[in-house]
Design a protein around this ligand. Structure first.
Ligand code: HEC
Length: 166
């Protein structure tokens, strides 16, 4: 039998690949200012499509989030803080994975998984510390409370979060 972790990992892979594909296409079509629109308008739909298809709820969170709905909180904030500590201790970023099954207050069980999202070079166009003026203007307009700037290559940009009530 395929485990929850394996199915959740496959869901994360698909989500990550789809987002990267959309980003790449949008960047080559109209550069970062155009790609912002795609990140802004398409991400939620992609997450809910893959969640519906796989039966696992997929999303993204960050300690320094752009979208206010994606602020890490509660258990996933704790896990992201642990990822930061593990990275600082020399653990490779692609090994930063967390998974558990918890029993909730109503007695039901929930599967939970997180995987760190590394900051790559292309990400710096919109999440780095030297963002072009036209990009900054668009970001300020869409995300007045943006915290997701000032990242460097190799930083933890955030994490994928997967949950499923068992
Ligand atoms: C063209 C600009 C742009 C680029 C390039 C870009 N992002 Fe983003 N990113 C955004 C926008 C806009 C959002 C907010 C999307 C939303 O509203 O859900 C976002 C949100 C995120 C989030 C969700 C957490 C949050 O802060 O709200 C993560 C994680 C993330 N980006 C990672 C990356 C990674 C990793 C890369 C490089 C592979 C990347 N981004 C490249 C514009 C960009």
């Amino acid at each position: 039998m395929v485990s929850h972790a394996a199915r959740a990992a496959a869901g994360i892979k698909k989500f990550a690949r789809t987002l990267q594909g959309e980003l790449k296409a949008a960047m080559s079509e109209g550069g970062a200012p155009h790609a912002i629109k795609v990140c802004n308008e398409k991400t939620a739909g992609i997450a809910s499509d893959i969640s519906a298809e796989t039966g696992y709820n997929l999303g993204r969170v960050s300690l320094k989030n752009r979208n206010p709905d994606q602020a890490a909180s509660g258990w996933n904030q704790t896990v992201l803080e642990e990822f930061e500590a593990r990275l600082a201790n020399g653990e490779p970023i692609d090994k930063l994975v967390f998974k558990t099954i918890v029993t909730q207050e109503d007695g039901s069980q929930e599967f939970r998984m997180m995987k760190a999202i590394p900051t790559g070079k292309v990400c710096l166009n919109c999440h780095g510390s030297e963002i072009k003026d036209e990009v900054t203007m668009k970001l300020d307009e869409l995300y007045p409370e943006d915290n997701a700037r000032g990242f460097k290559e190799g930083d933890i940009r955030g994490a994928f979060v997967v949950t499923k009530t068992l």
